[in-house]
Write a protein that binds this ligand. Structure first.
Ligand code: ZN
Length: 253
């Protein structure tokens, strides 16, 4: 296991707490749902306490756990979230993913509860899910390794999975990219829902997805939107002053 500096872990904690607060502030997360981030050693992750508020989450509310779910650091008077196996099993299986969001989006989850209409990419930024958004058929909480592994199997090499009558899971390479993916995932589900009320939806074609992806600078886009959301949150008091400097993007978009 690679050594990791205390400062790297502290910055990662601020990123997870900030992302959670920002997703709540922007209406993506609510009273439930959770963000995790893989730590630099590759084999441990950060995840919040089950009862900590998404509205004012702090770095002290986070646990360090290993991929088997063992708590290595954190408040002994609480415990990690119930569905931590969503995160630990996805991060174990997918080395291209370093940040995970599980939440219970109202509109996207509707598509797990109707016959004959699947959640598909509609808007250009949804090219991210052009290889598919599978639905895991079980509606129970993912709170064991076995259930986590079954969910990971359903997800395969895709970047998102819906959980029937429950919610969704997305993975990304970094916290800023995860935040941006979450916003676009919700935008896309709403676009399909609204389009289906207007008429017959015309999803993004494979060719349109490929053309968009070929000219799209994902890192630059993530940095640009992360800067926007951090700035909005900072101005509104959601992001404390002393966090803001740690959240400054490393490169310009
Ligand atoms: Zn859940």
């Amino acid at each position: 296991m690679e050594r990791q500096s205390n400062s790297a872990v502290e910055v990662a904690k601020i990123e997870v707490a900030a992302c959670t607060r920002l997703l709540n502030f922007e209406g993506v997360l609510g009273y439930s749902g959770h963000v995790s981030q893989r730590l630099p050693d590759g084999e441990t992750l950060l995840i919040q306490a089950f009862d900590a508020s998404r509205n004012d989450l702090t770095p002290e509310d986070l646990y360090v756990i290993d991929l088997d779910g063992n708590v290595l650091d954190g408040d002994p008077h609480a415990r990690p979230v119930n569905e931590l196996e969503i995160h630990s099993e996805l991060l174990r299986a997918r080395r291209d993913i370093n940040a995970v969001l599980h939440w219970h989006p109202e509109i996207a989850t509707l598509f797990t509860m109707v016959d004959g209409i699947d959640l598909v990419p509609m808007k250009n930024h949804a090219y991210r899910w052009s290889s598919g958004i599978p639905t895991h058929p079980e509606s129970w909480h993912i709170d064991t390794q076995e259930r986590g592994q079954a969910m990971v199997k359903t997800m395969g090499d895709k970047n998102a999975v819906l959980l029937r009558a429950h919610g969704a899971v997305i993975g990304a390479e970094s916290i800023p990219a995860l935040m941006v993916d979450a916003v676009h995932f919700d935008e896309n589900a709403k676009a399909l829902f609204d389009a289906s009320r207007l008429g017959t939806p015309t999803p993004l074609t494979k060719r349109e997805s490929e053309e968009f992806a070929a000219n799209f600078k994902r890192t630059n886009h993530s940095v640009k939107l992360w800067r926007y959301y951090v700035s909005r949150g900072h101005e509104a008091g959601v992001i404390p002053d002393d966090w803001a400097q740690n959240l400054a993007p490393k490169e310009r978009a």
